[in-house]
Design a protein around this ligand. Sequence first.
Ligand code: NAD
Length: 481
Amino acid sequence: MELTYDTFYIDGGWVRPSSDRVIIPIDASTERPLGRVPEGVEADVDAAAGAARRAFDTPGGWAEWEPVRRAEVMERLAGAIDRRADEFVTRVSSQNGMPAAVARQLETGYPSAVLRYYARLARETAFTDVRPGLFGGSVEVRRAPIGVVAAIVPWNFPQALAMFKIAPALAAGCTLVVKPSPETVLDAYLLAEAVAEAGVPAGVINIVPAGREAGASLVAHPSVDKVAFTGSTPAGRAIAEVCGRLLRPVTLELGGKSAAIVLDDAELDLARIGQGLFGSTLLNNGQTCFLGTRVLAPRGRYTEVVDAFTALAGSLTIGPALDPETRVGPLATARQRERVESYIAAGRAAGARLTTGGGRPKGLDRGWFVEPTVFADVDNSSVIAREEIFGPVLTVIPYDDVDDAVRIANDSDFGLGGTVWTEDPERGAAVARRIQTGTIGVNRYIPDPVAPFGGIKASGLGRELGPEGLTAYQQTRTLYR
Ligand code: NAD
């Protein structure tokens, strides 16, 4: 695969870049270049933001369309994405190492489902309501679109996380500048082609792949009304500071270090729950923000839990991302592997007991592979239990009783995801409700598009998905009559 692009998708057309800078995406499984695209700089961001501004401000334009008319465009876009499903899988998996089977579910089917869900909300939600006034007369409350959105997305789920922003923004009547991460740019061009094919009006969605500097210029751009960001906590803090100064609304989906709490009655038969455990602790080579990477195990069954996770991690087929048999692919970049390996070294140095993995898999000399790794005898105060590793590395931490498990789970700088494993779903739900986190599951975890997703503490601000995710792209306008 060699894919070369020399334009950006701005204002409904293919526009030449303003500089000769390029991004060369690399195949995470082979370390070979996959193609070349232009790298956006401040002037390109400016062109895209200007186009989004004009599209938003045009009288009778997108922002003022009846929501059902916007829904029709969104449904056409979902169809255009579906028609490119195979190509999305190939491009995403090659670039970021996501196993193709995961990409098929979460990077094509899931984004178009999110888009159709918000199209339905656009059809069914009341955008205006009229209330009798307390002192006579009536009051009209209109949910107006917030304006031009800067959507800044990371490389780990580039299409799903872009759609968490694009779909509600379109439903609300906003226009967008989407800035993909430099690691995942080729899928962004497929999305641009789908946008063009679906007849999304010019300027409503503009896409400029670029790095941090151009991203920062987008955050602060005078034409932008709202920033929606997914990425690391340090970048989120930097963006929030700028938005604070500008009084610009911002949504932040940041890192996590969630707990997977195994209760004393939990089933540990991997034939029954292995898939669920895998999906909630190791999905996408551990490069998933909501994973329960701190496994909390009751002391009475500690050895059993360590053995179960050791067996699970040791049983996973490691291989190139595009191989349909692969359960664990390479990490997205050389830098990401260095980071993960430095945490594994820190775990060893702190005296944690390595029960499986810890190195690079044999026979895979190219590609940024790391073995699925489990550490036992970990204290919740150690670096590998406190910081987000963003790789296939689990820590198993013992607890005394349920109160102790809840205390350890809540003793974290983050609060994004989590799971509780038990044979008694009601007991599991009662424990889950005590965890300080934005989302949590009992015996399963998958962000459901109908419900708000997001974090507390250092995991972020605001929510995406669900009807709540739509209100983040609206502002109420009140008219007393
Ligand atoms: P990153 O924060 O370095 O980059 C994310 C995106 O932001 C990229 O597009 C990058 O170019 C851009 N960016 C970085 N600094 C910026 C700035 N100051 N101004 C504007 N744009 C800027 O993160 P990453 O390494 O690409 O992604 C991995 C991180 O993202 C992990 O920590 C992970 O937990 C987090 N993440 C969180 C969620 C979530 O929903 N909570 C989802 C996925 C990833």
